[in-house]
Design a protein around this ligand. Structure first.
Ligand code: GTP
Ligand code: MG
Length: 136
């Protein structure tokens, strides 16, 4: 069984979509949330989390957005949960995301795309250590 690091981004919290999004994740058979925290992220945490994007044109606006208000960070565990949450989220660009997906149902702006989910087992382990060192 797998685990993944999920962030409900500041837009999701501001728009009161936390319950809606968590509910979609919770209803998947056999998945469970094993850690959850509402937290405003500091620069150091975000630099670690988004180190793969340093130097991209969207990096600074992304960092600023991600620090603009609290996020809900969580660990979700279960069968095929890494690919599964990415599927629930939909593609990065919400306008390209199909209706029925989280980004497709609620998003318009690429930066404000509501949710982050680890993209591989390696990313998941790296990101869990950043956000929940006690669960490493
Ligand atoms: P995450 O789960 O947040 O990592 O999203 P992702 O894996 O679908 O996308 P990626 O890791 O490539 O990019 C991280 C985040 O940067 C995205 O979720 C967007 O918020 C933002 N981002 C990525 N590409 C672009 C872009 O071309 N323009 C803008 N404005 N933002 C982008
Ligand atoms: Mg990513």
């Amino acid at each position: 069984t797998q685990r993944t690091l999920v962030l409900l981004k500041p837009d999701a919290v501001r728009r009161s979509l936390v319950g809606e999004i968590i509910s979609r994740i919770e209803r998947k058979a056999g998945w469970r949330i094993t850690a959850l925290e509402l937290r405003t992220l500091d620069r150091a945490t975000l630099e670690q989390h988004y180190e793969e994007h340093v130097g991209r044109p969207f990096y600074e606006p992304l960092m600023e957005f991600m620090a603009s208000g609290p996020v809900v960070a969580m660990i979700v565990e279960g069968e095929r949960v890494i690919e599964g949450v990415r599927q629930l989220a939909g593609p990065t660009d919400p306008v390209a995301a199909a209706p029925g997906s989280i980004r497709g149902d609620f998003g318009v702006i690429v930066r404000e795309n509501l949710i982050h989910a680890s993209d591989s087992e390696e990313s998941a382990e790296r990101e869990v250590k950043i956000f929940f060192p006690g669960h490493a």
